[in-house]
Ligand binder design. Structure first.
Ligand SMILES: Cc1ncc(C[n+]2csc(CCOP(=O)(O)OP(=O)(O)O)c2C)c(N)n1
Ligand SMILES: [Mg+2]
Length: 579
């Protein structure tokens, strides 16, 4: 039976497990949209900005591990996908993007809306090709699916509207590629070398990233044998921090706890399934081993003395019989003690009088949120200070998920990510932790939440400022500039859209407001007016940074901002992890 290229493509997507395509309809994309309308097993989700479509597809793929899809019409329509696709590709989740294109006979003439999507998207994808003839089908679409699932990452198909309407002979072959990852077993000699290094070093520290997913128990068991404290990256938090008696917190700009010291004072640092990018937080002087499934990650951030290519679980299982249990546990115990002291300070620093303080301390809000949310909540977290609050105050348990733009670092990801997570499983609680800057950037898609009555709970940390940047400026010794925003009542905006919402200005009202929003079945928005001067200082601020901070304070005083300095200093005291 003859079908169009668009129909065949849509059938292939269904066969590969795609449940919906996020996007905005339009001109050259219409054949695809119409095929979706007529095909069982796949839906169209109308968003208000294509960037949201890409973020949503990324989050759905993160939650399910399955292939997801987004689409944009020719020129500006698919150009809007780009930032979300960067995020998806860097997070290594399987997403197909359909970029419809101007008619083939106009390509190369500076035609209306002409761009070159097949070139444009090369940098944010593992595969980007144009279907310029029906004879390429169904092979090119199958190849795109194989790339997206196999890498995993983003595969972009550029499809001119006229080609989409042409006929091909078959509905579609069954797609046989699966999302199952292979088990990658390390080589014996590399495992033996690493076991030997662990056995001979007196002080071993593990630093664990997202690559340790599915290997929680095996990593903990090896750390127990090696008497190794376990630090983690932000992406590693949900993977390793729960049920972990050896936890020493997180490293990096948002870090806390004894992780930094545990890494720097070790004799052997073992990096496990992490491509942690901030090399200034990784020690130069410490012997370093690295375990990763992807050899291109080895040694690109820090010194490398030993390496093992393999998946983390297989490597842990192979190491287990070779690593002798260390009887000397002094290093581990001292790091755990340090961790406890530091955490007590962080916690007690924020709990003092915060139940009465306005504007609401964001740390207090984060703790209330952590306690109100369910056991299997999906949290999506905006880039900005929400990353810090999530890193420090959300309690992972192995069932909760925390999704953010942790590698690409884009603002405005939380609400769009929440849309995809809610579509992935509408029975699951989804909480978007949004900055006011982030929410305002893609605000229009609150309408998408309302449109589909998605059970997304949007929690706004509304400090009327680009708080994270304010902090960066201060640390660099610059007075903050262009970071403030006017007061905006996001609860009123949500209400106007038709989303039940509440604005919270007093801490005493917070718990009830959160519970009220979480208990109802559909969407809700909780607009929390938070302290803009709540800053977070990384665990290992350099002399230069302290100087920068002090200089900024001085500049603010000289600039007449004395009152601001006082309140900022007061706010900061509660976040500086003091030894
Ligand atoms: C698309 C994009 N633009 C700019 C930035 C730089 N940036 C990082 S965090 C941030 C401020 C975020 O403000 P908000 O969402 O209000 O969160 P807050 O830090 O105040 O909690 C900015 C401008 C970015 N990461 N991404
Ligand atoms: Mg803000």
């Amino acid at each position: 039976m003859a079908v169009t290229v668009a129909e065949q493509l849509v059938n292939q997507l269904v066969s590969a497990g795609v449940k919906r395509i996020y996007g905005i309809v339009g001109d050259s994309l219409n054949p695809v949209v119409d095929a979706v309308r007529r095909t069982a097993g796949i839906d169209w989700v109308s968003v208000r900005h294509e960037e949201v479509a890409a973020f949503a597809a990324a989050a759905e793929a993160t939650v399910t591990g399955e292939l997801t899809a987004c689409a944009g019409s020719c020129g500006p329509g698919n150009l809007h996908l780009i930032n979300g696709l960067y995020d998806a590709n860097r997070s290594r989740v399987p997403v197909i993007a359909i970029a419809s294109h101007i008619p083939t006979n106009q390509i190369g003439t500076q035609f209306f809306q002409e761009t070159h999507p097949d070139r444009l998207f090369t940098e944010c994808s593992v595969y980007s090709e144009m279907i310029s003839s029906p004879s390429q089908m169904p092979r090119v679409a199958n190849t795109a699916i194989a790339h997206a699932l196999g890498a995993p990452g983003v595969a972009v198909l550029t499809l001119p509207g006229d080609v989409a309407d042409e006929e091909v002979s078959d509905t579609a072959p069954t797609v046989c590629v699966t999302s199952n990852r292979p088990r990658v077993v390390p080589r014996d000699e590399n495992v033996a070398e690493l076991a030997d290094a662990i056995n001979t070093a007196k002080k071993v520290t593990f630093f664990v990233g997202a690559g340790a997913r599915d290997a929680h128990d095996e990593v903990i068991a090896l750390a127990d044998a090696a008497a190794a404290p376990i630090g983690h990256s932000l992406r590693g938090k949900e993977v390793i921090q729960y049920d972990n008696p050896f936890d020493v917190g997180m490293s990096g700009l948002l870090g806390y706890g004894a992780c930094f010291e545990a890494m720097n004072s070790a004799e052997l640092l073992v990096l496990i399934g992490t491509d942690f990018p901030y090399d200034q937080f990784l020690p130069d002087e410490v012997r370093t081993a690295q375990i990763d499934i992807d050899p291109t990650h080895l040694g690109r951030r820090t010194r490398l003395d030993l390496s093992v290519v393999g998946d983390v679980r297989e490597t842990m299982l192979a190491l287990a019989p070779l690593v002798r249990r260390k009887s000397n546990r002094r290093f581990l115990n001292s790091m755990l003690k340090k961790q406890e002291t530091l955490m007590d300070k962080v916690v007690s620093a924020y709990t003092k009088k915060v139940e009465r303080t306005t504007p609401i301390h964001p740390e207090y809000a984060a703790v209330q949120l952590d306690e109100t949310a369910g056991e299997d909540t999906v949290f999506t977290v905006d880039t900005g200070m929400c990353n810090v609050w999530a890193a420090r105050y959300l309690t992972p348990n192995g069932r909760r998920r925390v999704i953010g733009s942790f590698l690409h670092g884009s603002m405005a990801n939380a609400m769009p990510h929440a849309i995809g997570a809610a579509f992935a499983d509408p029975s699951r609680e989804v909480v978007a932790m949004c900055g006011d800057g982030g929410l305002s950037m893609l605000l229009g898609d609150l309408i998408t939440i309302r449109h589909y009555d998605l059970p997304v709970k949007v929690v706004v940390f509304n400090n009327a400022s680009l708080g994270m940047v304010k902090l960066e400026m201060l640390v660099e010794g610059l007075p903050s500039a262009f970071t403030d925003s006017p007061t905006v009542d996001y609860a009123a905006i949500a209400t106007a859209i038709g989303i039940p919402a509440v604005r919270v200005e007093h801490p005493k009202d917070l718990r009830k407001a959160l519970a009220g929003g979480f208990d109802r079945s559909g969407p809700a928005l909780i607009d929390i007016v938070t302290d803009p001067n709540a800053l977070s200082i990384p665990p290992s601020i350099t002399g230069k940074q302290i100087k920068g901070f002090a200089t900024a304070m001085t500049k603010a005083v000289l600039g007449g901002g004395g009152a601001e300095v006082m309140s900022m200093a007061r706010s900061n005291l509660r976040n500086i992890p003091r030894p």
